[in-house]
Design a protein. Structure first.
Length: 200
């Protein structure tokens, strides 16, 4: 008779399943990946994943929640690591880019995917809110210090949209060889900052 699985065993398998799912979802799109493929990637029976997750949508939600959590933690660490508002904002921007470049599969699943059932997964919704909050906190610091004026949430989304656009063009290989991705990103963000009146 097999021994009962411990909490550590369950957590370890869930983590390995999510890791395999992230790679498969990013490579083929969630709709093209089956539970059987996920089981095969882990070397287990086709029914084993159902022991840990209700269905593929639940796995996708868990994968995205974990990605948002890692992303938020990176941005939070960058923000709290700098006391001066401009330095903190720059650190958040650098952490954002580093995450996207180091974890492109997770980044795509976080921001380039619409999951209609997202509101059915509280952990995913909470992780998404936490990530969005990190993209507003550094802007509030700039406003409080007098560098910017306006709604921190809106300005945070302006920064986010600009950053995301440059990153996606880079990740999709849509930039010609003559355009350096980092120079483009810096130029876009500098233009946004000037447009918002910062540094005048």
């Amino acid at each position: 008779m097999p021994r009962p699985l411990s909490h550590a065993d369950l957590s370890d398998f869930r983590a390995r399943l999510c890791q395999a799912a992230e790679a498969l979802f990013a490579a083929h799109g969630p709709e093209a990946v089956t539970m059987r493929q996920l089981a095969t990637a882990l070397g287990v029976s086709a029914m084993t994943p159902y022991t840990y997750f209700k269905d593929k949508d639940a796995i996708l939600a868990a994968v995205r929640a974990a990605a948002f959590t890692r992303f938020a933690a990176r941005l939070e660490a960058a923000y709290t690591g700098e006391a001066e508002p401009v330095a903190a904002s720059n650190a958040v921007g650098a952490a954002y880019v580093a995450f996207a470049r180091e974890e492109p599969a997770a980044y795509r699943l976080m921001f380039d995917l619409s999951q209609p059932t997202e509101d059915q997964y509280p952990e995913l919704a909470a992780a998404g809110r936490r990530a969005r909050a990190t993209m507003t906190a550094h802007v509030k610091g700039l406003i409080d210090a007098g560098y910017l004026q306006g709604d921190p949430e809106m300005i945070g989304h302006i920064f986010w949209a600009a950053q995301h656009g440059a990153i996606v063009l880079e990740m999709a290989g849509k930039l010609p060889a003559s355009v350096d991705p980092e120079r483009l990103r810096v130029g876009v963000m500098a233009a946004v900052v000037r447009g918002l009146g910062m540094g005048r």
